[in-house]
Write a protein that binds this ligand. Structure first.
Ligand code: PAF
Length: 285
């Protein structure tokens, strides 16, 4: 495995790879969810390139950029074990040089909803860095987790609109046995918060149950009512939870719908103590 830190080193290392290249961009603090992304990338390609870069442009001024976990040594060991050929660990000055004059912006219809409503500029920062990483790594395919479903949707649009010749491979969310979606942020939960947090997944499953009931009983249930039930479950089971959103939308367009329909997906962002957790679930289709 080659570890490279500059664009020039990456270019040389990349040129030595023959065959198809699969790419997994990460911000480090790697866990089993990232390993799943790497496995998926290797299935789709002959070589695996991983990037580890805590991207400053996707953090707002009051967000956890400086606190974001940095675990380089452990991350490199995981990449090695997962069979990565190249790991790219750039500094911010390597990616952005003096600071970008040309920027990627995402339509607010997509970037200003769900997580974007409370994190202005976040998805512009994600799209900017992924565009740069795609240009540097030149992968044939790239894997993104479904846990960050809005991010996956933004990346799909980025690739489509800017004609990147990269196949985007979605990878199912990896969960703890009690349903909690794996996240680098789970390590911040206190034992009591960790015990309560799977209520987010249970609330999403409740919505899925309602969607099945709607299909079998041929009833029309307004989305607002089912969202209300999901929110109530979270507030009941997670003491002091603050729900940023709990919404049901169309899985492809992320547009809101009045009734639960084919390809509806439920999305949640919940503050459990000081930790903000997100999750989502396809309800049908
Ligand atoms: O999902 C992440 O870890 C980041 O948003 C990504 C895609 C690596 C861009 O910085």
């Amino acid at each position: 495995m080659l570890t490279v830190r500059t664009a020039a080193e990456l270019r040389t290392a990349r040129a030595s790879l023959a065959g198809r290249v699969g790419f997994v961009p990460t911000m480090g603090a790697l866990h089993a969810g990232h390993i799943r992304l790497m496995e998926a990338a290797k299935k789709n390609a002959d070589h695996l390139v991983v990037s580890i870069f805590v991207n400053p442009t996707q953090f707002g001024p009051n967000e956890d950029f400086s606190k974001y976990p940095r675990t380089e040594e452990a991350d490199l060991a995981l990449c090695e074990a997962a069979g990565a050929d190249i790991v790219f660990l750039p500094k911010a000055t390597e990616i952005y040089r003096a600071g970008p004059t040309v920027r990627v912006t995402v339509d607010p219809k997509l970037s200003g909803i769900l997580c974007g409503a409370q994190r202005p500029g976040h998805f512009d920062g994600v799209a900017q860095v992924v565009a740069i990483l795609f240009n540097l790594v030149r992968p044939d395919s790239a894997c993104f987790g479904e846990k960050d479903y809005q991010q996956l949707t933004v990346i799909r649009k980025l690739v489509e609109d800017l004609h990147f010749p990269v196949a985007i491979v979605p990878v199912a969310t990896v969960r703890e046995p009690d349903g909690l979606a794996l996240s680098s942020r789970n390590r911040y939960l206190s034992p009591a918060e960790r015990t309560a947090a799977p209520a987010i997944h249970r609330a999403l499953l409740h919505c899925k149950g309602r969607a099945e009931q709607i299909r079998f009983d041929r009833i029309a249930l307004p989305v607002g009512k089912v969202e209300e039930e999901g929110r109530a479950l979270i507030l009941k089971d997670i003491p002091g939870a603050q729900i940023d959103y709990f919404e049901i939308r169309h899985t492809d367009t992320l547009e809101p719908t009045h009734f639960i329909m084919n390809r509806s997906r439920a999305f949640a962002a919940v503050r459990v103590g000081a930790t903000r957790l997100i999750d989502n679930l396809l309800l049908n289709g």
